[in-house]
Ligand binder design. Structure first.
Ligand SMILES: [Fe+2]
Ligand SMILES: [Fe+2]
Length: 144
């Protein structure tokens, strides 16, 4: 059981598509570590969890900088969505470390749905906006 990457999720930016694939890979690694060890190897699960969080935050920060640069009108809502995934990962890490009930399937399902919904909806809409802005800029330049 893992989050499946689909090529239909590509947004058309080599940078962002590479980030997305890597994020899915890292979240899967974390979930696998929990499944394999039924959470007994907390150290390994923690290392992988924090790597998934670190990478995701880095990716989100890249998108947020681009949104500000392009004056994207849905910046605040998009940023809130990013925070939801980070919050969810931290809740799971906390549960893991407290030895509380940890349902890995739930995390995979949540992260899988989040990824698909967010990339397919929010990220593609954001990329469409960036591309339209770049096209408009080019046609303005041609007028000069
Ligand atoms: Fe993204
Ligand atoms: Fe995003």
């Amino acid at each position: 059981m893992q989050i499946e990457w689909k090529d239909t999720l590509e947004v058309g930016s080599l940078l962002l598509d590479t980030h997305h694939k890597k994020m899915v890979e890292l979240i899967n690694d974390f979930c696998f570590a929990c499944l394999e060890n039924t959470c007994h190897d907390k150290h390994r699960a923690n290392v992988l969890a924090y790597e998934a969080v670190r990478y995701s935050k880095e990716h989100f920060s890249t998108e947020e900088k681009l949104m500000l640069l392009f004056e994207y009108p849905k910046y605040a809502d998009h940023k809130k969505e990013h925070q939801l995934l980070i919050d969810k990962l931290f809740i799971q890490i906390d549960r893991l470390n407290k030895g509380e009930n940890f349902n890995v399937s739930d995390l995979i399902e949540y992260a899988g749905q989040w990824t698909e919904k967010h990339i397919d909806g929010c990220d593609k809409a954001m990329m469409d906006f960036f591309m339209a802005a770049l096209r408009a800029r080019k046609s303005e330049e041609r007028m000069l």
